[in-house]
Design a protein around this ligand. Structure first.
Ligand code: FAD
Length: 457
């Protein structure tokens, strides 16, 4: 029987990062993956969506080329097949890169399904491997609710999940998105930019429930201006082929669409792990701040623990868990400092508490906003929609959170992350000299506003 220090089951951004980190800490590591290394993120999630979003953005920009003084002679069209091909090339390159990183770090990769035998043994392809530590990093899959007609509509490939939507042969003329969460909104943006009719159906009173209220309200206005219809408090009750029947304001309504994206959430892949005696709840496998399950030599990271279903959280958890096992350094996972981003047009990025949370927790806070309309770079880029909202503790001015609606918001949020990691204040952010003209100046301006007043507004 082959023995290891650590067996990782699942090679997504949680599992492969943990495997590499553990190997770098001199552990002997086996990684078991039943599909492709890179997991959902690289193969069917983060990277494919962002690659396609770039293509659709180029198309949208070309359609408004005249606004920049650029004249395009002839029709501007797009080739969906070529966009998908480009996406597949990017994905192949990245997954190949992960494969070679695992190899270079001496991780033994097993292609197959990992089946746990007990707390130290896992079977893969009929072979049993043994290790001191096990790590479950099996991710999650889309929730398929028991709605009448759904099974039939999915068999006919009318209702599909994000995975199939990334591989469709043609961009649909009309798309109904069920679920106004991050995934649904990114696809709504993508296909609207290509000219599809897009309707989002959300059961809750608003889309993107975790976002700061002001950011969400501004974003919904932009979505509507771009022609995306957003129906809230609307619950899908049945499907009949291309027809989606939903309840809205007490009445049954019907919409027809070429394709329907089902994106109402993810369910952790915990099947097979119940026999290990670890505590599993509806949300996922229960873990502590070192990612240990209730059986201390078994760890669970990433989507399978259901805490934050984000790739960077999975990777961060993987590193924390590997360090807990094999290093003297034993940092704890800090969920209060997790950034999140939504790659719509413009983007949304957040970290820390929202203004609503500050109110609920009765924190003595100050919120300072600064609009993109007051930023030279944003105007020169023709990207004036959006703002930053910085939340600081009123007395000390310690930065508690930030919420950004802006093109490239996903890049800007890192500056706030570093500030929060250093327990920094608006004084440090405001006195940091930011290059001009850059979008990041909006953060410096909002910091000035948190102390006194911004200069340019
Ligand atoms: P996964 O990436 O799901 O990897 C788990 C792996 O385990 C899979 O490869 C699976 O094949 C394997 N596996 C499962 N069971 C077994 C078994 N028994 N034996 C062997 N192998 C097994 N997150 C972001 O942070 N940013 C984004 O922009 C973003 N965009 C997304 C877009 C879409 C459309 C989707 C669906 C998700 C997106 N996410 C994004 C979420 C992100 O993909 C996940 O949070 C992330 O992939 C979780 O990583 P993981 O390692 O926990 O699991």
């Amino acid at each position: 029987m082959k023995t290891y220090d650590l067996i990782v089951i699942g090679g997504g951004p949680g599992g492969y990062v943990a495997a590499i980190k553990a190997a770098q800490l001199n552990a002997k590591v086996a990684l078991i993956e039943k599909e492709k290394v890179g997991g959902i993120c690289l193969n069917h999630g983060c990277i494919p969506t962002k690659t396609l979003l770039k293509s659709t953005k180029v198309y949208k920009t070309l359609l408004s080329a005249k606004d920049y003084g650029v004249l395009v002679d002839g029709d501007i069209t797009f080739d969906w097949t070529a966009m998908v091909k480009r996406k597949d090339t990017v994905v192949r390159r990245l997954t190949a890169g992960v494969g070679s990183l695992l190899k270079k770090n001496g991780v033994d990769v097993y292609d197959g399904e990992g089946k746990p035998v007990n707390a130290t043994k896992v079977e893969v392809n009929g072979e049993t491997l043994e290790a001191k530590y096990l790590m479950i990093a099996t991710g999650a899959r889309p929730i398929i609710p028991p709605i009448p007609g759904l099974k039939e509509a999915m068999e006919k490939e009318i209702v599909i999940t994000s995975r199939e939507l990334l591989q469709i042969k043609e961009a649909p003329k009309s798309l109904v998105v069920i679920g106004g969460g991050v995934i649904g909104i990114e696809f709504a943006t993508m296909f609207k930019q290509l000219g599809s009719e897009v309707i989002v159906i959300e059961k809750m009173p608003g889309i993107l429930p975790m976002i700061d209220d002001d950011v969400r309200d501004a974003y919904v206005k932009i979505l509507k201006k771009d022609g995306v219809e957003v129906l809230t408090e609307a619950e899908v009750v049945s499907f009949e082929d291309n027809k989606v029947i939903y309840k809205h304001n007490g009445k049954d309504e019907l919409i027809e669409a070429e394709k329907v994206l089902l994106s109402i959430g993810m369910r952790p892949n915990v099947e097979g792990f119940e026999s290990l005696g670890i505590q599993i709840e509806r949300q996922g496998i229960v873990t502590n701040e070192y990612l240990q399950t209730t059986v201390p030599n078994i760890y669970a990271i990433g989507d399978v623990n259901g805490k934050y279903m984000l790739a960077h959280v999975a990777s961060a958890e993987g590193i924390i868990a590997a360090e807990h096992m094999f290093s003297e350094r034993k940092p704890k996972m800090r969920y209060d400092r997790v950034p999140s981003a939504i790659y719509g047009s413009p983007e949304i990025a957040s970290i820390g508490i929202t203004e609503q949370e500050a109110k609920e927790k009765k924190i003595n806070y100050k919120a300072s906003t600064f609009p993109l309309a007051g930023n030279g770079r944003a105007l020169s880029e023709n990207e004036k929609d959006g703002f930053v909202k910085l939340i600081v503790e009123e007395g000390s001015k310690e930065v508690l959170g930030a919420h950004i609606l802006a093109y490239n918001a996903s890049e800007l949020i890192a500056e706030i992350g570093v500030t929060m990691e250093l327990e920094g204040t608006a004084y440090e952010l405001g006195s940091t000299i930011h290059a001009h003209p850059t979008l990041s100046e909006i953060i410096m301006e909002a910091a000035h506003g948190a102390i006194d007043k911004p200069i340019h507004f």
